[in-house]
Each structure stands twice: as C-alpha cells, then as structure tokens.
Design a protein around this ligand. Structure first.
Ligand code: FAD
Length: 368
C-alpha cells in the first residue's frame, strides 16, 4: 500500500486525508494536541464551497446571509452587496474537530507531533522519529516553513496580518458589514460578522501592526453600528496570516502542497477554503500515486491557479487606485447603491453594474 504523510491538521490537511484515505495509507501529523486551535479564521464561505466540502458543513453552519452592507467611512454611505447564492458562516474549530473525529478510523493521526523536517525524497522527521513515505502532503498553513525549505513555495513572501475580536453584545446584527476606511486598513478592509444573537466577530487585515487598528475600529465603529455605546464587551482577540503571494505550482516530485502552504488564497477577500475545497474534490479522483503526483495537471486545479492569478491582477489594480476604500468610493460616486454578485468566489458582478462603475474606476486609473 502506498504510504502518504500529511503535515498539518488544519482544514486542508484533514480534507486531503479524507479524500486520499480510500486508496492510500495515511499518516497525519499535527503539532497541537487538538485541531482547530489556535483559531484564526472568520469562517465565511460560499454555498458552492460548502457543497464541495459536503456533509461536514451542515454540522458546523452558524448562519447564512443573502446580503452584506459595505460602509465607506468618508461618505458614511452604505452599499448593499447582494449574493445570488447565500454566503455561509461556519464554526471553523468545530469543522476541524468533526473532520478529525471522522478520520480516526480511516488512518493514523499523530497529535502533538511537530514535523521539524521533510526531505525531497519523502523522509518526515518529527517527535516520533524519521519515517520514509511515498508521498508527503505539505498542509502546514501560511507559515510555510517546510514549503519554503523544500523550494515548493514561500507564502510569507507577501502577506497581511489578520486580527479579530470576539465581542459580546445584547443585540447582534442581521447581516455582515464590511468597512472600508484607510485609517483602519490601507491595504484591505475591516468586517463585522454577527456570530449569534449576542456575539459579533470584528476583524481587519492590513500590512504591519494591526492591534492598535482593531482597537480604533472597535472604539469608533462598534458603538455606531450597535447604536448603544455601553452595550458590548470584548471577549478575546485572535488572528493569523493571510498570504498574498502568487499561488505556487503545488507539486515538486513526491511533495504536494495544499492550502495556505502554497498560497492558494483569494487575494481580494482573504478566503482560503474555496481553493481547499477544489483540491478536496480533485484529490477524491486520485486513483494511484502517479495521479497524485500530477494533481497540478488536473483541469480544475489549473483553472483555479489561473483564476487566482486573475484575482492577483485585480488586486494590483485595486492597490494602484489607492485600495479597497477608493474602489468603494468610486462605486458610490457612480450612483450605484446595490451590487449583485453572481458568484461570491469569482467576484462576478452583473453587466449593468459593471457598466455604471467602470468609468469611475477608469478615472481613478488615469495618471494625475
Ligand atoms: C483573520 C483571518 C480570517 C480569515 N477568514 C476566512 C474566511 O472567512 N473564509 C475563508 O475561506 N478563509 C478565511 N481565512 C483563511 C483561512 O483561514 C485559511 O485559508 C485556512 O485556514 C488555511 O487552511 P490550512 O489547512 O491550509 O492551514 P491552517 O488552518 O493554518 O492549518 C495548518 C495546520 O498545520 C499545523 N502545522 C503547521 N506546521 C506544522 C508542523 N511543522 N508539524 C505539524 N503540524 C504543523 C498547524 O498547527 C495547523 O493546525 C482567514 C484567515 C485569517 C488570518
């Protein structure tokens, strides 16, 4: 039987373990004692991503939304983002917990086993010694230490720091709010997501230090959003890295990368589960070792890489015009107050909205 090691028990590693467990002998290494922690993700995914991940999503769904509100700080104007298919909020740590529990009978799991080295010929060194595998899947997340050492990818060559706060409040919101304000995030945006009737997830991502920025965000926006200055309590901060480097070719001989470890993240929204779900679907089709080693040739993976490259190009244009807040400013100035997204993951907006906002965006692109 072909022996496969998976380094990392995050969502990418666990879904890959499930996908490959029917045909291969899997050993999953996770450095922590339990999966899902430390928490870093908001947990927003599209309906299609949820469908690809499958049965586990129903068990961890917290809420579903048809619309977002986008607030532009300078104009105090609200733009509605309407989705053709619902956006789902899931409980990320619980997703990993369910995936692990269901995998325990399908393969070997080494918890509290930090992998210190992986060689290009498949030797994995950890707490339990050095073991040779036929294939090693690197699913270590955004830190990308093994990825970089192996020459697979350097997800940290460009990145944002993401930070979130869990806030308890008396009355939560009906839908998520996206805030574009250059004082809070010059290179990205902030978000407020209702997690339950009395919990909010408040977050932002940006380059550099973000703790002061989230404090500013909570102090200046939460009372305004909730309409009552005293009505909330900060529970905890948590966060992580959002890789912004171009997606890498995920195969290097017997080494395969998946998830944040190979920078498979949507650079405009910071969503990573979209790519991971596409890998999961493709991995389920792998019949033998040669198929796994040529996963990068799979049509859906090639399509994904091209799509992410287009998103990087769009991100470059957004940066060139001055950031997300300038983009939203341009949309608001063109008189648009609702944008319908045909596909949340692909950022497809309807043609008539595109025609309305294009002139304003082109004006921003003109050299002054
Ligand atoms: C603030 C923030 C908000 C986000 N919000 C969203 C969102 O709403 N929707 C979305 O789709 N994406 C979101 N993302 C991105 C998403 O969280 C990631 O894309 C996703 O978690 C990547 O999964 P992964 O399995 O590749 O990595 P991780 O989830 O980071 O898992 C990697 C695992 O590998 C383990 N590990 C690492 N090194 C080793 C080692 N050497 N030995 C053993 N184990 C190791 C780690 O402990 C960890 O458990 C967000 C990210 C951030 C930072």
């Amino acid at each position: 039987m072909v022996e496969v090691a998976i380094v990392g028990g995050g969502v990418a590693g666990l879904l890959t373990a499930h996908a490959l467990s029917k045909r291969f002998n899997i050993t999953l290494y996770e450095e922590h004692q339990k999966v899902g922690y430390p928490q870093h993700c908001t947990g927003i995914i599209s309906t299609n991503t949820g469908l690809r991940i499958g049965k586990w999503i129903h068990r961890v769904t917290i809420a579903r939304f048809n619309t977002y509100e986008v607030v532009h700080a300078k104009y105090q104007r609200r733009l509605i983002l309407r989705f053709n298919k619902e956006v789902i909020l899931i409980d990320r740590p619980r997703l990993e917990e369910h995936l692990l529990n269901d995998f325990l009978d399908l393969g070997h799991v080494k918890l509290s086993d930090h992998v210190t080295n992986v060689t290009s010929n498949g030797i994995v060194s950890g707490r339990s010694g050095s073991i040779k595998y036929d294939i090693v899947i690197i699913a270590e997340g955004a830190r990308g230490i093994l990825s970089k050492n192996l020459g697979l990818c350097d997800p940290m060559s460009d990145y944002l720091n993401g930070i979130q706060a869990l806030i308890q409040c008396r009355n939560s919101l009906e839908r998520p709010i996206v805030i574009t304000d250059e004082r809070i995030s010059m290179n990205f945006f902030a978000w407020v997501v209702p997690r339950s009737e009395n919990e909010l997830l408040v977050g932002l991502a940006d380059r550099g230090k973000v703790l002061d920025k989230i404090k500013h965000l909570i102090k200046n926006y939460i009372p305004m959003i909730l309409g009552d200055k005293r009505d909330y309590k900060l529970i905890k901060y948590f966060g992580g890295i959002i890789p912004l480097s171009q997606p890498c070719r995920p195969v290097l001989g017997n080494i395969i990368g998946v998830g944040d470890a190979v920078s498979m993240i949507k650079p405009i929204s910071g969503g990573g589960l979209y790519s991971i779900s596409i890998f999961f679907e493709a991995m389920q089709e792998m019949a033998n070792i040669e198929d796994v080693k040529s996963i990068d040739q799979h049509p859906s993976i090639q399509k994904l890489i091209n799509e992410l490259k287009t998103h990087h190009l769009i991100r470059k244009i957004i940066t060139k015009i001055g950031g997300h807040h300038r983009l939203i400013e341009a949309v608001i100035k063109s008189g648009v107050n609702e944008v319908r997204l045909k596909d949340y993951d692909k950022l497809e907006i309807d043609g008539s909205t595109l025609l309305k906002v294009a002139p304003a965006i082109l004006t921003l692109l003109k050299p002054s």
